[in-house]
Design a protein around this ligand. Structure first.
Ligand SMILES: Cc1cc2nc3c(=O)[nH]c(=O)nc-3n(C[C@H](O)[C@H](O)[C@H](O)COP(=O)(O)OP(=O)(O)OC[C@H]3O[C@@H](n4cnc5c(N)ncnc54)[C@H](O)[C@@H]3O)c2cc1C
Length: 415
């Protein structure tokens, strides 16, 4: 049975990062208004709690809005403007002004110094209560429709709530009853697909190499041809993971779903070497260290065991020396290094962070306010929108930014 008020100024649907930021902002900006957060589950901020392996990667140390926006496969254009209003510097200042000290790691990811996501959860809960936000757990919203000059929310326990303004922040719309309501109100839901996953590859060349990482590789989907993605590639028990693979999974999330996660990828193990420079190096080795066994002289940047496997795959014999390496084997080895083809047979979501791509069509939302262009008084924030970032704190930053702007706009829009 739903408890509390039956009519409110602002109803926030979803007690996650975006919902909390919006509710706190709206309530702080306009203390006289009644702001509620309706959360389906018994606990608020569940994803913040488990995020970043329990450490919560709050945001990323990237302070230029245009550069920051480039980390979002979907939503970059819209977020770029929004980041001029609320960006990582603001997020850091917001938490630090509330007693949470943050630290930046070498790769730019920002965490609480406590290395404990509970610090962030507690801060948000404290701020919400302090601002007078009414927190209503176990109150899932089943449907939403127009009522008078506001909204009627149908709750999962069969009761109703009226609200002058509604902020939709329910996270991923996968299997959500709210997708239907939003469509009935005139919104378009862009196709949903998981993003940020590693790839299943079963192949002799990487068998037994689990845990080995290649620092600067390049990977691309072969067909339909896609942009290459660069970074470290990690060999796992199941296949490939690491930043370059997660980037590829994010940028190609929709297409890979369409392919049923069965496709071919090309790996360039040494992203900063062209095929010509590799051929020149082979030539140099032939003339300068011709007596050395090929198998025993890995190229710089390649782990020895991977090199040995690539040599074997190219038909290079255990006793072949550089001077006696047959031309066709040299060609095969060059191909392995520069364009190694692997069959992908599935995916595993990245444990540290994953998101859903797709959601409410961005054109239908005014990013200056995060208000719907279709239904006045309806606002959006976070993952329910068709925006998502790569790993590294970018997804939370999108939630903070959209939540903040929506909260400000709802407070200004009070009547
Ligand atoms: C394991 C994991 C780790 C992650 N780690 C990081 C990280 O370290 N850094 C980072 O930037 N990103 C991380 N992410 C991504 C990040 O968690 C999301 O991008 C972010 O939580 C989105 O915020 P949100 O408020 O839009 O949605 P959510 O955090 O998903 O919150 C939505 C809330 O709405 C509630 N809800 C849903 N439907 C209803 C309904 N019908 N009625 C009422 N309530 C409803 C849900 O229960 C939930 O509490 C991680 C994701 C995962 C899965």
């Amino acid at each position: 049975m739903a408890t509390g008020e039956k009519s409110v100024d602002v109803a926030v649907v979803g007690g996650g990062a975006a919902g909390f930021f919006a509710a706190i902002t709206a309530a702080e900006r306009r203390p006289q208004s009644v702001v509620v957060v309706l959360e389906r589950s018994p606990r608020f901020l569940a994803k913040v709690r488990i995020s970043g392996g329990g450490r919560c990667n709050v945001t990323h140390a990237c302070y230029d809005p245009a550069e920051l926006a480039s980390h979002y496969p979907r939503g970059a254009r819209e977020l770029r403007g929004a980041f001029h209003r609320w960006q990582p510097r603001d997020t850091v200042a917001w938490f630090e002004s509330r007693g949470v000290t943050l630290k930046t790691e070498a790769d730019g990811r920002i965490f609480p110094v406590s290395d404990d996501s509970a610090t962030i959860v507690d801060c948000l809960l404290f701020a919400a209560r302090g601002a007078g936000v009414r927190l209503r757990p176990r109150e899932g919203v089943r449907e939403i429709d127009l009522a008078g000059d506001g909204f009627r929310l149908g709750l999962m326990d069969g009761t109703e709530l009226r609200a002058a303004r509604v902020m939709m922040a329910p996270g991923s719309l996968t299997a959500s009853p709210l997708a239907e309501s939003l469509a009935a109100l005139g919104h378009t839901i862009e196709p949903l697909a998981p993003s940020l996953f590693s790839l299943h590859v079963s192949d002799e060349r990487i068998r037994g190499l689990s845990g080995i990482s290649v620092p600067a590789a390049q990977v691309r989907v072969v067909a339909p041809k896609a942009e290459p993605r660069q970074g470290p590639v990690l060999i796992t028990h199941e296949g490939f993971s690491g930043p370059a693979i997660l980037r590829l999974s994010a940028w190609e999330a929709r297409r890979l779903r369409e392919l049923g996660y069965r496709f071919e990828i090309s790996v360039r193990w040494l992203a900063d070497r062209t095929r010509e420079s590799l051929a020149e190096e082979f030539h140099r080795r032939r003339s300068r260290s011709g007596g050395q066994k090929v198998k025993n002289s890995p190229l710089e940047g390649l782990p020895r065991r991977l090199w040995e496997n690539l040599c074997r795959a190219a038909g290079v014999g255990p006793d072949d020396t550089w001077a006696r390496l047959r031309r066709e084997r040299e060609g095969a080895l060059l191909a392995e290094l520069d364009d190694g083809r692997f069959a992908v047979s599935g995916k595993t979501m990245n444990k540290e962070e994953f998101v859903t791509c797709g959601g409410v069509r961005l054109r239908e939302v005014d990013f200056r306010t995060l208000q719907s262009r279709v239904v006045p008084g309806l606002y959006f924030g976070g993952e329910c929108l068709d925006l998502d970032g790569i790993t590294g704190g970018f997804n939370f930053q999108a939630a903070w930014t959209t939540g903040r702007i929506a909260g400000e706009a709802m407070a200004a829009d009070s009547h």
